[in-house]
Design a protein around this ligand. Sequence first.
Ligand SMILES: [Zn+2]
Length: 474
Amino acid sequence: MLLLYNSLTRRKQIFKPIKGKTVAIYSCGPTVYDYAHIGNFRSYIAWDLLVRYLKYLGRKTAVVKNITDVGHFTNDDEDRGEDKFDKAARREKKNPLDIAKFYSRIFVKEEKKLNILPPDFRPCATKEIKTMQKIIKGLLKKGYAYNAKDGVYFDISRFKNYGRLSGNTLKEILSGARVKINPNKKHPADFSLWKKLVGKNRRHALHWPSPWGEGFPGWHIECSAMALRYLGKNIDIHTGGQDNKFPHHESEIAQSEAYTGKPFSQFWLHTGLMDVDGKKMSKTLQNFYTLQNIVDKGFNPLAFRFWVLSSHYRSPLNFTWRGLGEAADNWMKIVEFIRDNKFVNKIDKIYAAQKEKQFISALDDDLNTPKAVALLLQAIKDANKNAKKMPTAAYLIKKWDRVLGILPAKIEKPKKLVIPAKVKKLLAERQKARENKNFLLADKLRKKIKKLGFLIADKLNGNYQIKKKQSPET
Ligand SMILES: [Zn+2]
């Protein structure tokens, strides 16, 4: 029985799809004005795991992950900010559509490197203007929206449940001390559905005709429109990052439910925030990392995926190079185990069934991937202690990889290890220390060797194995 933590009700609930077997999922996709950062990918890895697990349980899934290519303002502040695409177009001296095309192509490639399954639909906001306008017309007709001088706004005071997801009450929001920056709005927290080409938006690069004048859509309406068009009025799961909850998801709920009169999504799932070295990721702090930065440091993207899955999706995550390095070494252990074990022997069915049960119960509990990962590492440990368990462990890891997605499609044979003379000398000294039972010295030398980029695994018979560290020492 799958339990998922629903942000809307603030508790774990049994998950059952609304209609038959197919699970309709909407994932807020990237705003493709720049490279995605590793915090973005943390979310997309979590939602990929969700989809893979539903499939593992025998469910069909219909997944929409949109591309936002217009209307997303800097700092999510539409009164003061500007469209991220206008800013990027200036920075790169290109037109906004070329910017979007360039970064969305890279995003799709990077998702592939992270073993993230492609969604069933990947609509672009700029191609869905018609659906957005249809919803805006409906909202105006029903009195949930008003047509002002500079745009069409959603009137939040008309939607009684506004604030339910984020935990803000409508009363609090309406009495909020936010300064009224835009005199055209009835209330500062009203959000735009359609922006007209007036005032600071008069030079907006992309615009379309509409019954309310030439203009472009607000960010929130994009997701409501694409969810409605590709998945229908009621969806099963809506996902996003913690920082999307307010105002983005709150506004999506308001628009969608005001328009259709039906509950929008039965489950809302959010990933926790991600810091880097204990600080908020930002370009000014120069701790803003992309997947390419990780690859440039010598890490495999799938080692990053493994690092992400080693924590629960809802917990806050702190990225450090050291943490990633440790995860990468564990990840390498798994890859090597699969590479070196051709499992033709008999599987221990009782052991396999017992482990499988534990794996399912871990993931059934709100996708507890740290537990699932621990089970996988334990299976390798068991196999290393008892060779008879090897084929079963390899069988389980391959099976579980349908959910975890951490194994590369092709596992390459190891390159011949070249050991520098300096390391060779230290290795000889260490063997001698071990023979003399000077384990303190042996351990010191092991650490020295590790600093030079090599890991040692001691065998019971006094021999040892040496391999190159996956991650560079940082
Ligand atoms: Zn969205």
